[in-house]
Design a protein around this ligand. Sequence first.
Ligand code: NAP
Length: 246
Amino acid sequence: MGPQAQTARECVLITGASRGIGRTIADRLIADGMHVINFDKIAPKESAGHENFYGVDVSNQTELRSALLEVASKYSITRLVNNAGIVRPATIENTSIEDFYAVMNVNVAAAIICVQELLPAMKAAHFGRIVNISSRAALGKEERVAYATSKAGLLGLTRTLALELAADGITVNAVGPGPIATELFQSANPPGALATQRILDSVPLGRIGQPEEVAHIVASLLDERAGFTTGQVVYVCGGMTVGLHH
Ligand code: NAP
């Protein structure tokens, strides 16, 4: 396909949009009238159309850059959601440097590469919206040495890019989810289990968040009208990052 692949809808690239929070963000943005480019390892089970799936392992720099070059030549992509993320739960004693690099590759390096390759189109349009999906773990969480470090790294990246790209009309923000009811979360934390109850007890709003509630904040930060907000992090955490709650 040549440049005729360009759709009338505005294009957004989302990494990891086949499952979980990324899928819900994709569904929401498609419903809002956008065209989604989804970079994930496996295709989504369902899609409402207005979406192109690319089988990409974002931890593989060569594969990621070549897929980005391909989509950048077909579509004018001025919105990016760096969502793909992995967790390798471990304490400091049990964190191998291999695990650390694996987490940093997906959670941080892939985000940097996506920005680098999409930047020319955003600069040419003098418009861009970048949202990095961080986590409340960026503020510290036991047994998440690699993960928390990567998610805190994304916040530094967000603020640095916000400053570097402001003159080009590009805003860069982060969203920090707390516990969100994805399939994965629910299978690891079954309703009624003691550990699940402990998590619920730590959330001032007294419940787990829904992926749609994350998608709503992402959608608003991607909106053209959000142009005066940059370098910020919005925690979608039911209040659990606000002081202590008993
Ligand atoms: P998820 O259900 O595991 O979904 C992540 C998606 O990214 C999956 O489709 C996954 O594909 C894909 N992915 C992972 N590694 C990839 C790679 N190397 N290349 C391409 N795609 C890859 O996770 P989620 O819970 O929706 O999390 C989404 C984001 O929110 C992550 O950044 C996560 O850290 C963050 N977050 C989630 C929560 C929560 O409670 N769920 C809380 C805080 C932050 P496979 O399934 O095939 O691996």
